[in-house]
Design a protein around this ligand. Structure first.
Ligand code: NDP
Length: 322
C-alpha cells in the first residue's frame, strides 16, 4: 500500500527539519523513510491554504493519505502583538481549509500543530494536555492562540461527527536551521543570533530585548521532526500531545543570549534593554505523556543544538530568511 504524506508548511523551520530527518535517518528505521512512502513538502507558493480552491487543487494533485499540517502564519512576540486579527483570521482559514479538505478527500490521518502559546495565561503549572481550554490565553497573542485552540475543537468535532483520525501536537519554542532570522518579526533565538552576528560584524554592542529573566523550554527542530514522525506512525488518538524537553530543562533568555554570544564568538559589549516587553514570565510544560507513550527519547543537548544552528546561519547567511 502506498502512503503519501503531505507536509503543509513544508518549507518552514519544522517542515525542513522533517525533510532532513526523513532523508538522513537510515531507511526503514523508526524515524527514517519506510518503503512505499512518498513525502511531499508543500510551500505557500504551491497553494495558498487560506483559499479553499487552491487547497482542493493541492489535495487533488497529490492525493495525500496522511497530512502533517504545519502551515501557519507564525511570528515572535512583537509581530503577534501588532497583527492580532491577521493571525486569527489567516490561521483560522488555513486550518479550516486543511481539515475540511482532508475530510472530503478521505485522508486517513491528520496531525496539526498547535503551540504552548495556546494555553491559558493564568493556569496552574506545569501545562499539560488537559488545560488548553481552561482560561483565556495571554493578551499578547490572543489572535494566534484562539485560532490554534480551535484546531483541537475541530479535531474532536470531526472525530465525533465523521470518525476522522485527526489529532494535534503541541511543541514548545522551536529553533534550528531554516528558521526565520528576521531582526524584529522572529522568535527569540533566531532574532538574537542575527543581532549578535551583526554586532560582531559591525563592532557594535549586542543588546537583547527584555530583562533576560523569562524562562522557556526550547526544542531543537530535528528532535521535534522525529517526534512528528513518531506521532504519524505510532499515535492514533484525538487528544493532543505536548512535544517538549522536560520541565527541568527550562532556560532563561539570559542563558540563551550567553550561549549565542559563545557560539557566535562575540567579544564586545552585551546588555539587556529592559524597556522592551518580556511576554509571559514562564510557562513550563510537562512532557510526561510523550515520554510514557514513546518509551524513551534522547533530546539533543541545548548548547549543541544552538551551536549547530548558529553554524548553519553563518554558512547560509545569504540564503537565510533574514
Ligand atoms: P515557519 O514560519 O518557519 O514556516 C511556516 C510555513 O507555513 C512555511 O512553509 C510557509 O510557506 C507556510 N505557510 C504560511 N502561510 C501559508 C499559507 N497561507 N498557505 C500555505 N502555506 C503557508 O513556521 P514553523 O516551521 O516555525 O512552524 C510550523 C508550525 O509549528 C506552525 O503551525 C507553528 O504554529 C507551529 N509552532 C512553531 C513554533 C516555533 O517556535 N517556531 C512553536 C510552536 C508551534 P512559505 O514559506 O512557502 O510561504
Amino acid at each position: 500500500m502506498s502512503t503519501v504524506i503531505l507536509v503543509t508548511g513544508g518549507t518552514g523551520l519544522v517542515g525542513k527539519a522533517i525533510e532532513h530527518v526523513i532523508n538522513t535517518e537510515p531507511a526503514g528505521s523508526r524515524f527514517g523513510k519506510k518503503e512505499g512512502e512518498t513525502w511531499i513538502f508543500a510551500s505557500s507558493s504551491e497553494a495558498d491554504l487560506r483559499d479553499p480552491e487552491q487547497t482542493r487543487k493541492l489535495y487533488e494533485k497529490y492525493k495525500p493519505t496522511h497530512v502533517i499540517h504545519l502551515a501557519a502564519l507564525v511570528g515572535g512576540l512583537f509581530k503577534n502583538m501588532k497583527h492580532k486579527l491577521t493571525f486569527l483570521r489567516d490561521n483560522i482559514l488555513i486550518n479550516d481549509n486543511v481539515l475540511h479538505t482532508s475530510y472530503t478527500h478521505h485522508t486517513k490521518k491528520v496531525i496539526s500543530c498547535l503551540s504552548t502559546c495556546v494555553f491559558p495565561d493564568k493556569v496552574e503549572y506545569p501545562l499539560d494536555e488537559s488545560k488548553i481550554h481552561s482560561g483565556p490565553p495571554h493578551e499578547s497573542n490572543f489572535g494566534y492562540a484562539h485560532a490554534k485552540r480551535m484546531v483541537d475543537v475541530q479535531n474532536h468535532a470531526y472525530k465525533e461527527e465523521f470518525g476522522c483520525n485527526f489529532t494535534s501536537a503541541i511543541p514548545t519554542n522551536v529553533f534550528g536551521p531554516h528558521d526565520n532570522f528576521d531582526l524584529e518579526d522572529s522568535h527569540v533565538i533566531p532574532g538574537l543570533i542575527h543581532k549578535c552576528y551583526l554586532a560582531k560584524k559591525n563592532n557594535t554592542p549586542f543588546v537583547a530585548a527584555g530583562t533576560g529573566k523569562p524562562l522557556r523550554q526550547f526544542i531543537y527542530s530535528y528532535d521535534l521532526a522525529k517526534l512528528f514522525i513518531w506521532m504519524l506512525r505510532e499515535y492514533d488518538d484525538v487528544e493532543p500531545v505536548i512535544l517538549s524537553v522536560g520541565e527541568d530543562e527550562e532556560v532563561s533568555i539570559k542563558e540563551v543570549a550567553d550561549a549565542i554570544v559563545k557560539a557566535v564568538g562575540f567579544q564586545g559589549d552585551y546588555s539587556f534593554d529592559t524597556t522592551r516587553a518580556d511576554g509571559q514570565f514562564r510557562k513550563p510544560a510537562s512532557n510526561k505523556k510523550l515520554l510514557k507513550l514513546i518509551g524513551g527519547f534522547e533530546f539533543t543537548p541545548f548548547e549543541e543544538a544552538l551551536d549547530t544552528t548558529v553554524k548553519w546561519f553563518l554558512a547560509n547567511y545569504n540564503n537565510a530568511r533574514i
